[in-house]
Ligand binder design. Structure first.
Ligand code: MTE
Ligand code: MO
Length: 383
């Protein structure tokens, strides 16, 4: 693999792995703006960043179970109606480092910032598929259990030097309301190399792994993608499963993200003075579910206070309201009195009343995915 032509990156990113490049912003930087600046957005790669230098010749092949396969050039995609979707992308490995502290897991370590919120600009996949004769989802459409596979142009060792791949159900791909995009813009700028230039998939509400970057082809297939990252990774096993007894075929690939939150105004261990402290962070759920509530405790979970929630500064957030960004995180904030050394805890409830597990032990899994346990930070009083 060749890492000699990696793009420049922001110096404040915390690097979790160099080759492939995996990095996240510091906690306070993550919540300094509702739309995450591109250079601070986490970067999660499985190989070198590919180079596409001839945009005129770049095209996406659509093939598989369709009448005639088709090659779409960027000018074909630019011609389709353009949508801007504000969506939070979160890696299934977010908060893995904390899970590994309970019991060692395999995978790149991440603190709480393996996610970011961006305005993705591009064509709807449902419109693209219509170009090859696949109709949009209606109440009478039969998707026949088919799937839409995304194949990248990057190369990764897990695929033995082959491309990164993933798939979603055809019923989601053809549903305009699912907002699945082929994105060529991020926050109003041309997508950069780290995030998938020239074209990537964005699957809102689903673990980041399915939002394939550097798209090369779209394949209509009978069953879900058989690639490594669908079948041998990004699955959640019970705590009893270890590397000697694992049977990958017993579990489904992870798709929608469960409810998650984290405090970002504090590190794991802090020294504070007596008095008022503002606790802030993010909360987000998958599948388009809003955030109904965020609770904060300053006594390790014995008593709780409700935090205020917002997406845009100063405007109160209402879960699942038409005025809110349904695929995006919310920020929370509460000012507390810290009377003595304390464990500060945050937990969120989503609009389907889903809650987060109290302890990481009950959701421990050998790959360290979906650590959505209550987020805890320690504060010791200093002078
Ligand atoms: N697409 C390709 N082609 N190669 C990859 O390694 N990583 C996936 C996904 N798409 C990946 C990919 C994973 S695991 C995540 S979490 C997101 O991209 C990260 O997207 P980002 O780097 O833009 O934040
Ligand atoms: Mo990921």
């Amino acid at each position: 693999s060749d890492y000699s032509q990696e793009p420049p990156r922001h110096p404040s990113l915390r690097i979790n792995a160099k080759e492939p490049f995996n990095a996240e912003p510091p906690r306070p930087a993550l919540i300094s703006s509702y739309v995450t600046p591109i250079d601070l957005f986490y970067k999660r790669n499985h190989g070198p960043i590919p180079i596409v230098d001839d945009i005129e010749r770049y095209c996406v092949t659509i093939c598989g179970l369709i009448e005639n396969s088709k090659q779409l050039y960027m000018h074909d995609i630019w011609k389709l109606p353009k949508y801007n979707v504000t969506a939070t992308l979160q890696c299934a490995g977010n908060r893995r480092t904390a899970m590994s502290k309970a019991r060692t897991v395999k995978g790149v370590g991440w603190d709480v910032a393996a996610l970011g919120n961006a305005v993705w600009g591009g064509a709807k996949l449902a419109d693209v598929l219509e170009l090859v004769g696949i109709p949009k989802l209606t109440s009478t459409t039969k998707s026949g259990g088919k799937h839409v596979e995304f194949v990248s142009i990057d190369k990764c060792k897990e695929e033995n030097g082959g491309p990164y791949k993933g798939s979603i159900p055809l019923s989601q791909a053809t549903n305009p309301a699912a907002d699945v995009l082929l994105a060529y813009e991020m926050n109003g700028e041309t997508l950069n190399r780290d995030h998938g230039y020239p074209l990537r998939v964005i699957v809102p509400g689903v673990i980041g792994a399915r939002s394939v970057k550097w798209l090369d082809s779209i394949n209509l297939i009978k069953e879900e993608c058989q690639g490594f990252f669908m079948q041998k990774d990004y699955k959640m096993f019970p705590p009893s499963v270890n590397w000697d007894n694992i049977d990958w075929s017993t579990r489904k690939p992870l798709m929608d993200f469960p409810v998650q939150c984290a405090i970002c105004s504090l590190e794991d261990v802090n020294v504070a003075k007596h008095g008022k402290v503002t606790i802030s962070g993010y909360a987000v759920s998958g599948g388009g579910r809003g955030i109904e509530r965020v609770d904060v405790s300053v006594d390790g979970g014995k008593t709780w206070m409700e935090a205020s929630r917002y997406q845009k500064a100063g405007i109160p957030y209402i879960a699942d309201d038409i005025s809110s960004d349904k695929w995006a995180w919310v920020f929370f904030e509460v000012t507390v009195d810290i009377p003595h050394s304390a464990e500060i805890v945050a937990k969120a409830v989503d609009s389907a009343a889903n809650i987060q597990p109290e302890n990481v032990e009950v959701i421990w899994n050998l790959r360290g995915v979906l650590n959505t346990s209550w987020h805890r930070v320690q504060v010791r009083l200093g002078h």
